[in-house]
Design a binder for this molecule. Structure first.
Ligand SMILES: Cc1cc2nc3c(=O)[nH]c(=O)nc-3n(C[C@H](O)[C@H](O)[C@H](O)COP(=O)(O)OP(=O)(O)OC[C@H]3O[C@@H](n4cnc5c(N)ncnc54)[C@H](O)[C@@H]3O)c2cc1C
Length: 203
């Protein structure tokens, strides 16, 4: 994905003008998916260009929020102290390098147990995800998870047999009982929380 085109992140927020500020490209628009890692890189570059002070890898505890006009708390499972009903749903994915395989759209397997998707990425890479397991365990991928992902992907695209595995990874999705995302003030008027995004809405 090309870097963000932006010049301003105005007070009208991300939703109204975000598409004008980040160039998703025709292909992403058509198959409704973005490369999340590239998107986050583009956002980081844009923030830097705009002179926004960023503190990466900085742990914020529940009782040590910074003094700021408005705080947006998007700590995922890290905000469990404010959201006692928040639970984790573990997800595992696998990334491949398969430059000989030309996939231009995401492929989704409609299966009751293994609803995996295969999404193309730049430079011959592919991502296959994801398992959904009701727990907040972030340990490395299990044998079952790896088998499910690899077998499902291979059954859809046998040409993956010669692909090279680049990475297995695990993360935990923050989920609320109604399975809906929540954005708003629950702690104080100046602290906006954003959580429950079991999917970001874009693959
Ligand atoms: C394996 C997997 C595959 C997925 N695939 C898709 C997909 O294809 N499409 C889709 O739309 N969605 C997908 N999702 C869901 C998507 O990733 C989630 O919607 C998203 O991760 C939730 O976003 P979030 O920013 O709210 O929380 P997180 O992604 O959990 O981000 C929270 C961040 O806050 C940080 N943090 C936590 N506590 C603290 C603290 N105390 N101080 C400072 N920082 C803290 C964490 O380190 C983390 O970086 C997937 C999720 C997983 C796990």
């Amino acid at each position: 994905m090309p870097r963000a085109k932006t010049s301003t992140f105005g007070p009208d927020g991300w939703t109204s003008g975000f598409e004008d500020r980040v160039d998703f490209g025709e292909e992403s628009r058509e198959c409704a998916q973005v490369d999340n890692r590239e998107l986050l890189k583009a956002v980081a570059i844009t923030l830097e260009d705009e002179g926004v002070e960023c503190h990466w890898e900085t742990f914020i505890s529940d009782d040590a929020f910074l003094d700021a006009g408005i705080i947006v708390d998007c700590r995922g499972m890290g905000a469990k102290g404010d959201w006692p009903n928040l639970r984790g749903v573990r997800g595992e994915i696998v990334r491949f390098h398969a430059p000989e395989l030309e996939l231009h759209h995401m492929v989704r397997l409609l299966h009751p147990r293994y609803p995996v998707y295969i999404a193309p990425r730049a430079e011959g890479r592919l991502v296959v995800g994801a398992t959904s397991i009701e727990c907040d365990d972030r340990s490395t991928v299990s044998v079952r998870g790896a088998l499910e992902l690899l077998t499902s992907a291979y059954s859809v695209l046998p040409a993956l047999a010669e692909a090279r595995i680049l990475e297995f990874s695990t993360q935990v999705r923050p989920v609320l009982p109604d399975i809906c995302p929540h954005v708003g003030s629950i702690v104080s008027a100046t602290r906006c929380t954003s959580t429950g995004f079991i999917v970001m809405g874009s693959y």
